[in-house]
Design a protein around this ligand. Structure first.
Ligand code: ADP
Length: 469
């Protein structure tokens, strides 16, 4: 298969942040620049109109209506001022006689000013198409027209030196912000990639170790990213589960060997003694041999059940069953065993119909009840309670037995798990009864939970969904 090009998550995130930052900055820069320039154009055009109207008004005021005389000194002052601001004014009387003309007053300054404007505009807008333009305004004193004034400038609009400085300052600000933004994005990208990449690298290393068989290896990692801490917890739990499964597997092999060795050894030695004629095959001795073969049979049955469970899960034969009646049948079947050990077995509750595999459910109940009997001292009590909830049947089996330590509770439903290995060896269980029970209950869509306090009895609560009406 062709190997895909791969980059580390750290590089990927840093690069991603960097790209996003640059794109955003460029985009903001272009938009801001365009917006500022277009606003500036409107503002400049507006400003030019207002300034031109101001000069017209100021010039009109230099005419004395009564004497009909222009104040030339004032006109020159206003004209010079206009010139310095980039406007070339030319004032004429009504008959067209020129009173004051900026170009006549200082031709050199006018041309250099227009050239400077052009240069300013070219620098700012390389594609700017401009040139000298002129507007003509009538001059009035009251309602009387007294002359005209043309205002020339570099059009359609121009930027004077302070305008250019202002635009440059804005641009510098944008560039500065851009550089700062890229720098920040770089820092954030690196820290993000660290907080994501580092834990992933660590997890990768640990899962590799686990894969190589170092079950139980734990990742010690604290992350404020929810998914990362969840993944860490899951991997840690998975590693512990694998470790436990491995332990159980090894335990089972040694258990089976041990369980088989004892009865087989007994059978062999007894048979040899009888063959050699040292022992009489009396009925007591044959009874011992029969008991040992029973033990072997029970163990083989247990193993067969595990095999079936692992191979195909459970094949179900569904029918309507009354859980209470079923519990009653199981109670009757076990009555003798309970009586023998002097443990009382009680049944309370009500009829509860559901669809299920009767034999399987009986077996599930039997497993829990035989445990109750196994782990309850003589004189104790085991109680079955069948209750009906809205949509499910609740079967509670409680005993007054030895109880289960709380740290063991989470594992008792696992295959081959036994709380106290030596304690159970005598009772013959290999730790699969509850695993089979849970599997049966779950295949009915139900659940089983255990509550217990060490030394104070145990309680198993089975919930099974009921048949719809
Ligand atoms: P086993 O065949 O060893 O009884 P199970 O799967 O039935 O295996 O049970 C698992 C373990 O849970 C048992 O080894 C036992 O230690 C514990 N256990 C189950 N039921 C009870 C109970 N009612 N009281 C005390 N311990 C129990």
């Amino acid at each position: 298969m062709k190997k895909r090009f791969q980059v580390s998550i750290r590089n990927k995130i840093t690069l991603l942040f960097f790209t996003v930052a640059i794109t955003m900055i460029l985009l903001v820069g272009v938009v801001a620049n365009y917006y500022i320039k277009s606003r500036f154009e409107a503002y400049t055009k507006d400003k030019m109109q207002t300034e031109a109207s101001n000069y017209v008004e100021q010039i009109s005021k230099t005419y004395d209506l009564e004497s009909g005389i222009w104040n030339f000194q004032a006109i020159e002052g206003i004209g010079k001022n206009a010139m310095e601001n980039g406007y070339l004014v030319h004032i004429r009387t009504l008959d067209g006689t020129s009173i004051w003309n900026a170009r006549v007053y200082n031709k050199g300054f006018c041309s250099s000013m227009l050239m400077e404007m052009e240069q300013n505009m070219r620098e700012e807008y390389p594609n700017f198409k401009g040139g000298y333009e002129e507007l003509l305004y009538p001059l009035r004193s009251g309602n009387l027209e007294i002359g005209s004034m043309s205002v020339g400038y570099y059009g359609p609009y121009f930027l004077n030196d302070s305008d250019v400085k202002y635009i440059h300052a804005l641009n510098e600000l944008l560039i500065g912000e851009g550089i700062l933004g890229i720098f920040l994005a770089f820092l954030v990208g690196i820290s993000m990639s660290k907080s994501l990449g580092m834990p992933l690298t660590k997890m990768n290393e640990k899962t590799h170790e686990i894969m190589l068989g170092k079950y139980g290896a734990q990742i010690s990692l604290k992350s404020d990213i929810l998914e990362i801490s969840q993944l860490t917890e899951t991997i840690n739990a998975l590693s512990l589960t694998l470790d436990r499964q491995e332990e159980l597997r090894k335990q089972l092999t040694s258990d089976i060997a041990h369980e088989l060795r004892t009865p087989v050894a007994t059978l062999k030695s007894h048979l040899e003694l009888m063959q050699d004629g040292i022992w009489e095959p009396s009925s007591e001795r044959l009874e011992v041999l029969s008991l040992e073969t029973e033990r072997l049979k029970a163990l083989i049955n247990d193993l067969a059940q595990i095999a079936e469970l692992e191979r195909s899960g459970l094949t179900m034969n569904m029918q309507a069953i009354d859980v209470y009646k079923m519990a009653e049948q199981v109670r009757i079947a076990l009555e003798g065993d309970f009586l023998k050990k002097n443990v009382s077995l009680l049944l309370e509750g009500e009829s509860c119909i559901l669809i299920g595999d009767g034999n399987r459910l009986k077996q599930a109940l039997l497993n829990v009840l035989t445990n109750g009997l196994k782990y309850t001292e003589s004189g104790g009590k085991v109680k079955i309670e069948v209750k009906k909830a809205i949509d499910r049947a609740i079967i509670t089996i409680s005993d007054t037995g030895i109880g289960i330590p709380s740290e063991e509770l989470p594992y008792i439903f696992e295959r081959f798990y036994r709380v106290d290995k030596s304690r159970n060896r005598n009772s013959g269980g290999v730790g699969i009864g509850l695993a089979i029970t849970r599997s049966i209950i779950q295949s009915h869509g139900g659940s089983i939970e255990a509550h217990s306090e060490f030394g104070n009895g145990s309680q198993f609560v089975i919930e099974l969904p009921m048949a719809s009406k």
